[in-house]
Ligand binder design. Sequence first.
Ligand code: CP
Ligand code: NVA
Length: 310
Amino acid sequence: MTIRHFLDLADAGPTAIQAMLDDALARKQARAGWPRGKPDADAPLAGHTLALIFEKNSTRTRVSFDMAMRQLGGTTIVMDAGSMQIGRGESIADTARVLSRYVDALMIRTDDHQKLIEMAHHATIPVINGLTDDSHPCQVMADMLTVIEKRGSLAGSKWAWLGDGNNVLHSIAEAASLMGFSVRAACPEGYEPSEAVIGTAGQRGGDVKVVRDPVEAVADADIVVTDTWISMGQDQAQEKLAALGPYQVTPDLMRGAAPSATFFHCLPAHRGEEVVDAVIDGPQSAIWDEAENRLHAQKSVLLWCFGKLG
Ligand code: CP
Ligand code: NVA
């Protein structure tokens, strides 16, 4: 069997993504109320080890992947790139070759997406994207799982994105084109998502449009989602903050969405910038379920990578 890397959502495709989401929901329900460190009844990854490499900070990705592997019966090795030889110049290729002799799968969070591709190219074990400057597919697996929990189905749902056209939006656009939901992304001039990503989503038949007006984007939306205006590795530029000011998610903006609309944010949030407390802490916010679902969704991503799903 070819190695199942999870570099972006299209690597898996809609059938496997649906299988992962179904499995995630079933596993979550099956272990409701259990101590979090107790393995699932079938412990399907017993005897397997996942190595996690972080070139950027992380709270959710780090802990949810570690716990995901434990709940599947496996083990983890968590490393900051700065304390590895990669941090003083050992190549990605050599690191991939060596780690492929020790562990059964790799997750990497890095800046340049090409480093992720390079790692997958040289690894002989599955490689998972734990965020790059270009995409964050594991986050959007959790987001889709949360939509299914809240609304019963994903296809046909209307998502509105407000703010910076960043890595998370890229994965949402890709997901929309694979799983049949629509996206209206409101971004200021100069901070739009990659034309290539939006173009590819369109070629797949995805209903993904970039607009200027936040009110137009949220009209009738089921999901309203935003993210930090300054992603990891970017400058805290005053002109960027000023351009994004009108895209702040406020109660007034939420009133333009569907009355049952849900608010999402991948976290960490910059309260008072991209979103105000009244929304992120308000009754429409699903951010804690969304964060929890990182754990459940990634368990199924791991099972797919290990050939145990789909
Ligand atoms: N949402 C997310 O990826 O969070 P961390 O940066 O804490 O991993
Ligand atoms: N867009 C953010 C997401 C953090 C989880 C970043 O890349 O920093």
